[in-house]
Design a protein around this ligand. Sequence first.
Ligand SMILES: C[C@@H](NC(=O)[C@@H](C)NC(=O)CCCC[C@H](NC(=O)C[NH3+])C(=O)[O-])C(=O)O
Length: 351
Amino acid sequence: AALPAPNIEAVRAVQRQAMAQGAPGALTLIDDQATYYGVAGGKANTATGARMDTGRRFRIGSVTKTFSTVVLMQLVSEGLVNLDAPANTYLPTPLPSASITVRHLLSHRSGLYDYTNDMFYYTVPGFEAVRNKTFSFQELINKSTAHPLTMTPGSGYSYSNTNFVVIGQIIEHLTGKPVAEQYRQRIFEPLKLTNTSYVHPLTDIAGSASRGYLRPDDTTLPLVDSTEQTVSWAQSAGAIISSAEDLNTFFGALLSGALLPQSALRQMTTMVPVNADGSQSYGLGLRARKLSCGVTVYGHTGTVQGYYTWAFGSADGSRTMTSMANTSNNGTVNTTLGGTLEATFCGTAPT
Ligand SMILES: C[C@@H](NC(=O)[C@@H](C)NC(=O)CCCC[C@H](NC(=O)C[NH3+])C(=O)[O-])C(=O)O
């Protein structure tokens, strides 16, 4: 069924609202079967006054989880991993529970505690304490397993960054190669994502990039420029740098079936509701949202110091959209930015 036309004025209104709520700048790029609509407002750099534009690179946070899932699903398709086998089968150091399967990790059903809850309890001190640090996967996993499991594995949905740090460790343990090489060889190069990179533990964003601004818990204090960091606290759970165009290409290829065998994509898009009315669900490294016009879109959100990202596409990948606001620790801005989904896929204006 044909989608309603994107409502570009509504996208602009959403961005204006997000900026009024504290985002220095915002961008949205829509790829509607190779017709492009770009909207950008505000500042990419508040010190120089450089304006935001849709070509700017930025940190995509948890949208990284979908890239890690694609690599893992390629290993499944190559017969190297069984989704329902215990994760311990593929790990150098066993997790505390042998009943945690690979599928539990990809669907946030493992019960592994999310160490970032402790790490970022105090937003700016927590960030400053790790922004230049490098962690091994095992160090991050040990921070998690210092806490008991939050639930019996498989008994429910509970989002945890730890799950995708373990996925990164499985990828490296199985292939003997760093995740950076896997992302590049299996996704970035084949799809020609020339503005997408995994440079951990380097802290700079090369090329034309937006600065990112972290809002302190004391909102009367000025924003903190959080652009340079290793993102070693997240790695395979959140350290990729990309652009709106590249994320649209990635989700377009994934959802149209050009990136994975159909059977693997079907595993990823087998969703489990995660909220009461079922409008939000999670599959394998993939979120789904049922919009007001009945359209369901698939993608991922991202939150990393200084950047909010929404990257989603229609079920067949024929229309994709990426939105970014260059602030974080400001839930109001993130929720507002999510309004670009309705504007893009339902043509509706913000309420
Ligand atoms: C939710 C999102 N998850 C991610 O993108 C992952 C990588 N990010 C986080 O877990 C947030 C870490 C704290 C950010 C900090 N917040 C604090 O420090 C709060 N005390 C900030 O907002 O920048 C997703 O999957 O959609």
